[in-house]
Design a protein around this ligand. Structure first.
Ligand SMILES: Nc1ncnc2c1ncn2[C@@H]1O[C@H](COP(=O)(O)OP(=O)(O)OP(=O)(O)O)[C@@H](O)[C@H]1O
Ligand SMILES: [Mg+2]
Length: 242
């Protein structure tokens, strides 16, 4: 997704041939219900340790709320599960495979969009029917907010012609379109009001899939309803508070 954002937002880069990138070459998943297994995983940024010797086995369908201070490593963990970041030491397996983009949808902390139609921003080169696209826009409450012909509306993200909450909901709609077994959520409701946050969380949580969510603003009634476990990042480790 990050690679796409770079390509989509700069004309010059579009002329460069796609670089060899093994995580995209491996982008496939055979297992529809994979576990996530961390085996002795450590992650340092140069000499700055973030995680040390993480060992856990997360069964398919588990729902995890990831908490910790700013800078403690929440986004880093999500990046490792998505395959965008490789551990400095140890191995991560999703089912029997190395982490790769076909296994998860990752809604990042900063929504990224590019100049183009809403349809292009949702599809990212994949095919969906207009009916599917309108359905997800409606699920995130955007169907009536984006004008008469929302799919063909051209957006200019650098001109901020969408509000922060609208941008975030568009990125969430993009994720809802993709049927992948793992959902990674990084502060997804920071720009949303309480009502929108709760509505969108219900849509995302109501799934048999695995969810790992990093969030500051938490609706504990909802996380309880959907059986979330709470994990804290403490001293470079993950502590399960159940
Ligand atoms: N690419 C990088 N290179 C070097 N250091 C990094 C890099 N990305 C993150 N860091 C550092 O790693 C630490 C963990 O970052 P991370 O983004 O995972 O924290 P976070 O828990 O998500 O924080 P926040 O709640 O503010 O989003 C921080 O100290 C950050 O400065
Ligand atoms: Mg973060």
């Amino acid at each position: 997704m990050q690679y796409w954002a770079h390509v989509a937002s700069t004309t010059e880069i579009r002329k460069i041939k796609l670089a060899k990138n093994d995580i995209f070459e491996e982008a496939k998943t055979e297992n529809e219900k994979p576990d996530i297994k961390f085996d002795d995983v450590s992650l340092n940024y140069k000499d700055h340790p973030i995680y040390q010797n993480l060992n856990f086995d997360l069964a398919y369908g588990k729902k995890i709320l990831l908490q910790g201070l700013s800078g403690s490593g929440k986004s880093t963990l999500l990046n490792m599960v998505s395959g965008l970041l490789k551990p400095s030491h140890g191995t991560i397996k999703i089912g029997d495979e190395n982490p790769n983009p076909a296994q998860s949808v990752y809604i990042p902390q900063t929504p990224w969009l590019f100049q183009g139609t809403i349809k292009d921003n949702l599809c990212l080169g994949e095919s969906f029917t207009d009916q599917q696209l309108l359905q997800v826009l409606s699920e995130v409450g955007l169907a009536d907010e984006l004008g008469k012909d929302p799919l063909n509306r051209i957006i200019h993200p650098e001109q901020e012609d969408l509000s922060g909450g609208q941008r975030q909901r568009l990125v969430i709609a993009r994720a809802l379109l993709r049927d992948r077994p793992i959902i990674l959520l990084d502060e997804i409701t920071a720009a949303l009001d309480e009502k929108n946050s709760d509505d969108i969380r219900e849509i995302l949580y109501n799934t048999p899939k695995t969810i790992i969510e990093s969030a500051h603003h938490i609706n504990f009634d909802l996380t309880k309803k959907y059986g979330f476990e709470s994990w804290m990042i403490e001293d470079h480790h993950l502590v399960n508070n159940k």
